[in-house]
Design a binder for this molecule. Structure first.
Ligand SMILES: [Zn+2]
Length: 269
C-alpha cells in the first residue's frame, strides 16, 4: 500500500514538472508560432529545381493567345526555389500581440515587383537587420511563367504593411508587433507578378502580364483551398493609401483560368 502511494506521489511530481515546463514555455510571450499549415502550395525542394540558376533579365513573351485548356492544366510551370534571407520573414502566430487567439482563414494577396524578378529576388536574399527594411513574398512569377518559391508557406512573409482584408467575414487584420500597425501578413499567402519593362515607374498602369504569368498564377492558386472571395490584391488590403499593385491586373482573365480547374468548383464565390 505504501509503495502504491509512493508511485502516485512520484506521478504527481512528474505531472507538476511537466505542467511547469509547459507553463514557462507559454510565459515566454503571447505569440505562439504556427508550425504547419494546410491548404497552401508546397515549396519545390528537390535538388534539381532548387539548384537551377536564376535566369538573367530578359523581355517576356508577348504572345497573349489563350493556351489549350488541357495543356495549361497538365503542364506544371518551371519552378525554382530561391529562399529569402530569414531576416525577411517570420513565424505565423496562433495569437496576436495581446495574447488573443487568431483563427483567420488564409487569403491570397497579389502584388507586382515593379522592378525585375531578379532584382526582387536579390532584395529578399539580402540580410535586413532593421524591421522596417524587411520584405518578402511567398512566391513570385516571372514573365516567362517561372514560379519562384521565396518564403515557406507555413511562415509569415512580410508582403504588406498597414493593411486590412474586408471580406465576407468583415474586416480582418492581426497585430503581431506592437511597434507596427496590424496587417494581413499573419494569414496571407503573398504572390507577386514580375512587372513588364514599361511598368518600372509609378504610372497608374502598364502593358500588363503575360499569358504565361496568368497560367502559372492560376496553377499555383489552384493548389490552395483559398476560396475566390479571399483572393485579393495589395491595393485592396492597403491602408497606407500608397499601394496600387498589381497595376493592370486582368481579374476576369485570371479567374477565367483559375475556374478551369475542377478542384476550384467548390471554392468559387
Ligand atoms: Zn505589393
Amino acid at each position: 500500500m505504501v509503495r502504491r502511494w509512493i508511485w502516485i506521489g512520484l506521478g504527481g511530481v512528474l505531472v507538476a514538472m511537466l505542467s511547469l515546463g509547459l507553463g514557462s514555455a507559454r510565459a515566454a510571450g503571447p505569440l505562439e508560432p504556427v508550425l504547419t499549415v494546410r491548404g497552401l502550395p508546397p515549396m519545390q525542394t528537390t535538388a534539381a529545381t532548387a539548384l537551377q540558376p536564376l535566369k538573367a533579365d530578359q523581355p517576356g513573351p508577348t504572345d497573349f493567345a489563350a493556351p489549350e485548356l488541357e495543356l495549361a492544366q497538365a503542364t506544371p510551370p518551371r519552378q525554382v526555389t530561391a529562399l529569402a534571407d530569414p531576416t525577411n520573414y517570420g513565424d505565423r502566430f496562433l495569437t496576436d500581440v495581446n495574447g488573443q487567439a487568431v483563427r483567420n482563414d488564409f487569403i491570397a494577396v497579389l502584388h507586382e515587383t515593379v522592378g525585375s524578378a531578379q532584382s526582387a529576388l536579390n532584395l529578399f536574399r539580402t540580410r535586413h537587420p532593421r524591421d522596417q527594411d524587411q520584405v518578402s513574398y511567398h512566391a513570385l512569377i516571372g514573365r516567362d511563367g517561372t514560379v519562384y518559391y521565396i518564403v515557406p508557406p507555413e511562415k509569415r512573409a512580410f508582403g504588406a504593411g498597414n493593411s486590412v482584408f474586408n471580406g465576407p467575414n468583415g474586416p480582418e487584420t492581426v497585430r503581431t508587433n506592437a511597434a507596427f500597425p496590424p496587417s494581413v501578413n499573419n494569414f496571407a499567402y503573398h504572390v507577386s507578378l514580375e512587372t513588364p519593362g514599361d511598368g518600372f515607374n509609378n504610372r497608374r498602369s502598364h502593358s500588363g502580364y503575360t499569358q504565361a504569368q496568368y497560367n502559372s498564377l492560376a496553377w499555383l492558386l489552384a493548389q490552395t483551398t483559398i476560396p475566390d472571395n479571399r483572393i485579393t490584391t495589395h491595393q485592396a488590403v492597403d491602408r497606407s493609401g500608397n499601394r496600387m499593385d498589381p497595376r493592370s491586373f486582368n481579374s476576369s482573365s485570371f479567374f477565367g483560368q483559375l475556374r478551369r480547374y475542377p478542384t476550384r468548383s467548390s471554392l468559387a464565390g
